[in-house]
Design a binder for this molecule. Sequence first.
Ligand code: FES
Ligand SMILES: [Fe+2]
Length: 420
Amino acid sequence: MERIFGRCWLFLVHTSQIPKTGDYFRTFMGEDDVIVIRQKDGSIKAFLNSCTHRGNRVCRADRGNARAFTCNYHGWSFAPDGALAGVPLENEAYFGKLDRSKFGLVPVTKVSEYKGLVFGCWDANSPSLEDYLGDAKFFLDVWLDAMPGGSALLGETQKMVLGTNWKLPVENVCGDGYHLGWAHAGAMSAVQSMDLTGLNVGNSGVDLDGGLSVAGMNGHMVLSALDGVSGYAFYPDPKPILEYLEANRQTVIDRLGEVRGKQVWGAQVNITIFPNLQLLPGLNWFRVYHPKGPGQIEQWTWAMAENDMPEAVKAQILENQCLTFGLAGLFDNDDGDNLTACTEQSRGWRTAQMDVYTNMALGRSGKREGLPGDIAAGLVSEHNQRYFYRRWQEHMMAETWAEVPTYNINSLTAQEAEHA
Ligand code: FES
Ligand SMILES: [Fe+2]
């Protein structure tokens, strides 16, 4: 908790979820319950959801609009900027001696936004959010900035409790194309409508030229096909979305360049922002994992869309996200079963001493012109998983941010400098 969730930038909310003054959203930073709220001046602040009197929660709803948060226990009341605004019997019982300015809600140390994504961080010595995201922004922009209207999250939060550690689902999505044709064979035969670089039912083939595993970006990772359409491979009827892609592809090429506009936008893309945020343009889901003790998580999922998409396409996206990676989603239940079983099977005294094996494609990565990161070919490799656990270990070993190593391999800024 201290070295990962107390130190890293953590996703809080998308600005589309709290558009108006007083709109708030309740979330978690690690196991700390946090309220994120839009201020009068349009800025966003975040506070611990913990009354400074005795620690009761001051907000019980998941989201809403509030002019104050009043504690159920003794009635202390807090303004949207966190200030302690009202105390019952203040004069009579505290004899007018209570210094209210000392008992505001505890603010999250830093709150910052990148193109609609709001993050919070407890560590005053962390790098800025822009620096923290680093070259992962190159891929994030494929969702956040491809189209002029930007992006939004759709629908309500889909919450699921899973008996697993937060690292396992991150590992599963950050780089594990290997399980796709096998674990999801049933789901794929039900909904797959086009090829995903040769990843077919039963793992019957793979095309290592058709995708990338990108890591070495300070803990962030990307897995991407390069065909510009396969994000919709698991849509029973991808036609309306493919039409949207083709109608707008030139706009995206103009905004993001050839590689991202032609090959990545519309393709299957898995983006992992260390530690616990994952978003998949293409399959269009967006997810955070909140740890609840060592063997349990709460997984929160939303559908994601571009604001420029026609309403009918957005509706189709929400429906398909629920069908594949929603609470009763075909794919999500395959993953849930495997992840909880891996966790349960590691509880025994002897099984806990076993090693796991993540050597696939070891030593087969390198640089690619125009792309950031250390890159292994294809969607099937354990390249990203190794970097993920390496980053976890680096944070766990470091006392402070100053001791956390930086490795932005093949960084885009360095490439620009080289070409200058
Ligand atoms: S615990 Fe909140 S007012 Fe007492
Ligand atoms: Fe999966």
